[in-house]
Design a protein around this ligand. Structure first.
Ligand SMILES: *[C@@H]1O[C@H](CO)[C@@H](O)[C@H](O)[C@H]1NC(C)=O
Ligand SMILES: *[C@@H]1O[C@H](CO)[C@@H](O)[C@H](O)[C@H]1NC(C)=O
Ligand SMILES: *[C@@H]1O[C@H](CO)[C@@H](O)[C@H](O)[C@H]1NC(C)=O
Ligand SMILES: *[C@@H]1O[C@H](CO)[C@@H](O)[C@H](O)[C@H]1NC(C)=O
Ligand SMILES: *[C@@H]1O[C@H](CO)[C@@H](O)[C@H](O)[C@H]1NC(C)=O
Ligand SMILES: *[C@@H]1O[C@H](CO)[C@@H](O)[C@H](O)[C@H]1NC(C)=O
Length: 275
């Protein structure tokens, strides 16, 4: 009966794991579409090609010269977790705005998106650290809004010359705010309401000696201490378990279907013998 459907579901769940193998930006966007639910019915709207020259018929997508350059899905009631490597496959992306949704999980990996100027991911449910690549791999970053999420760890040393708007308030960040010239442009309200931030920008001095420990540096290190890797590993484990359980369930259903078909045949045979 619905064996096709099951195989399809299995393929979809495999496909949703990541965009690692994908080359085309369209396919990567479709993986994002299928990973998130939204009130905007993207599933029906994001069909055919995202770009027709400089035009797009996809909600929230803006194109230039056959490439997606803006993804603006603010207030779309997006739910679910964003597959971390999909946006990397949209190489000309300039503006990313997923603000005011309910997106879960780690912040997306934006490595190699050298044209990116605006990253607005505030008012969501993102957790985990701010990736170091946001500070060191996005040379043209002008606006970074991450406020009102559940981010933890320390703030990387952002020092992009063009960075003119920055907000990480209302998260669970801690440690020293790096004294880069870019970060010193921002006032308290960019950093407020975190777990335990200190530094010049906040007028809150950091303790001059770190908590005792054999391997601690003179100042708290900027590199998140393994928590990112640990969470990644955890997510991978969860995915593997989900896949195994799903495959097991499908196999069981197939066996039950076969059994039912055979058994029905058996009953019919018996009935035929009785009459
Ligand atoms: C998607 O929605 C927009 C805005 O409602 C509409 O203009 C566009 O034609 C739709 N695209 C498709 C492929 O249906
Ligand atoms: C897109 O617009 C630019 C100017 O904004 C123009 O130079 C270019 O030719 C257009 N490309 C297409 C495919 O229409
Ligand atoms: C977020 O979206 C809701 C509706 O979905 C709206 O009422 C609210 O004002 C928005 N908040 C911000 C901060 O944009
Ligand atoms: C982000 O992607 C790049 C390139 O694909 C990879 O080298 C890097 O390890 C990734 N970062 C994280 C935090 O996974
Ligand atoms: C940062 O975001 C918080 C929370 O939304 C807001 O109250 C504050 O005014 C913002 N600060 C700046 C500099 O944008
Ligand atoms: C946010 O931080 C400010 C300044 O530290 C404090 O006055 C305020 O009560 C905090 N708000 C919340 C919701 O925690």
């Amino acid at each position: 009966m619905s064996l096709n459907l099951m195989v399809l579901l299995l393929l979809v769940s495999l496909n949703m794991l990541s965009c690692d193998e994908l080359k085309e930006e369209k396919k990567a966007l479709l993986v994002i579409r299928d990973s998130l639910s939204s009130s905007a019915n993207l599933h029906e709207n994001w069909t055919d090609s995202p770009c027709i020259g400089n035009q797009s018929r996809w909600k929230g997508i803006i194109c230039s010269n056959w490439h997606v350059v803006q993804i603006i899905l603010e207030d779309f009631n997006l739910r679910g977790s964003l597959p971390s490597t999909c946006l990397q496959k949209v190489p000309f992306l300039k503006h990313l705005n997923l603000g005011n949704n309910s997106v879960l999980g780690l912040l997306p990996n934006l490595t190699n998106l050298v044209f990116l100027e605006q990253v607005l991911l505030s008012y969501n449910h993102f957790s985990g650290p701010i990736p170091l690549e946001y500070a060191h791999g996005l040379p043209n970053l002008k606006v970074l809004e991450l406020q009102e999420n559940y981010l933890d760890g320390q703030i990387p040393s952002f020092d992009q010359p063009a960075l003119t708007s920055f907000n990480v308030s209302y998260n669970h960040l801690w440690g020293t705010i790096p004294e880069t010239s870019a970060l010193q442009r921002f006032s308290d309200s960019s950093f407020d309401n975190n777990s335990d931030l200190c530094g010049k920008s906040l007028d809150k001095l950091c303790p001059s000696s770190p908590p005792a420990g054999p391997s601690s540096a003179p100042y708290p290190s900027v590199i998140p201490q393994g928590s990112a890797a640990a969470k990644h590993e955890h997510i991978d484990q969860v995915r593997v378990i989900v896949l195994i359980v799903a495959s097991g369930a499908i196999l069981l259903l197939v066996i039950i279907s076969i059994f039912l078909v055979y058994n029905k045949g058996g009953i019919l045979l018996e009935l035929g013998q009785e009459t």
